[in-house]
Design a protein around this ligand. Structure first.
Ligand SMILES: [Zn+2]
Length: 246
């Protein structure tokens, strides 16, 4: 029962993330106006806003003008739902669940916007950092040490900054994103995230060039790899570190 609740919560929040992913690069408010068709501007009725299900009933088309709705919207909802269930299965009902679910939301929004536009927006990373500070306060008042999270942020942001200064590759948005993720992950999982994202970026980048999907000159956004590396760290980080260090 609780898994169903977490899944539905994830689907609903995934629906909101879609709004963020669409509107933030267009400099539109994420709160106003309410959801509408981007083609005919008709408002979308609540019964057409049910995550995934409405898409299936509408056969992927706007009820009013028939404009095709991208399959990416229900997929993002489903993906967010599955990620939420995964985090819940791993961490149970805890502050960690809440914290990593929030982190996942930021990673999904920042990663997909970066994929679309090759830009990472400061307003998204700074929002993640501000909420991260709130979690640090919660840990602090619970009497937990917060030094690992501060160190994580510094290692994440510092490592990418160093790459930028030394090679000119990557962008400051990537450094902000790793600072943000490091703050939620703590230093060990941050180190793992950096390692995984560089490996994933290199392997997938080479595959994209071999299959001619991208040329050597194309800018390949790094944000999606940071997001993948961070999520792998959330789900399997402890196991990987234990296996790797033994
Ligand atoms: Zn329409």
């Amino acid at each position: 029962m609780d898994y169903i609740f977490v899944l539905v919560l994830g689907l609903l929040i995934g629906s909101f993330l879609n709004v963020c992913i669409y509107r933030i690069p267009r400099e539109e408010s994420i709160a106003y106006p309410p959801s509408h068709c981007t083609n005919c501007k008709n408002g979308i009725k609540p019964y057409d806003l049910i995550p995934v299900i409405s898409y299936i009933f509408l056969k992927g088309k706007c009820r009013y003008c028939g404009q095709k709705i991208s399959i990416r919207y229900p997929l993002t909802e489903l993906f967010t739902g599955i990620i939420f269930v995964g985090i819940y299965g791993h961490y149970g009902l805890s502050i960690e669940f809440l914290k990593f679910a929030v982190l996942a939301c930021f990673l999904i929004v920042i990663g997909i916007i970066d994929l679309d536009t090759t830009d990472i927006y400061f307003k998204t990373t700074i929002s993640g950092v501000i909420i991260g500070v709130i979690f640090l306060f919660i840990y602090y008042f619970k009497g937990d040490s917060i030094s690992t999270y501060i160190l994580g942020a510094l290692i994440g942001g510092g490592f990418i900054s160093l790459i930028i200064l030394l090679t000119g590759g990557m962008g400051w948005g990537d450094a902000e994103m790793c600072f943000l993720a490091g703050m939620y992950l703590g230093w060990k999982l941050t180190a793992l995230m950096l390692f995984l994202s560089v490996i994933l970026g290199a392997v997938i980048g080479v595959l994209l060039i071999i299959t001619k999907k991208k040329s050597r000159k194309d800018y390949i956004p790094f944000g999606p790899y940071i997001a993948m590396g961070a999520m792998i760290a959330v789900f399997w980080g402890e196991e990987i570190l234990r296996w790797y260090l033994l």
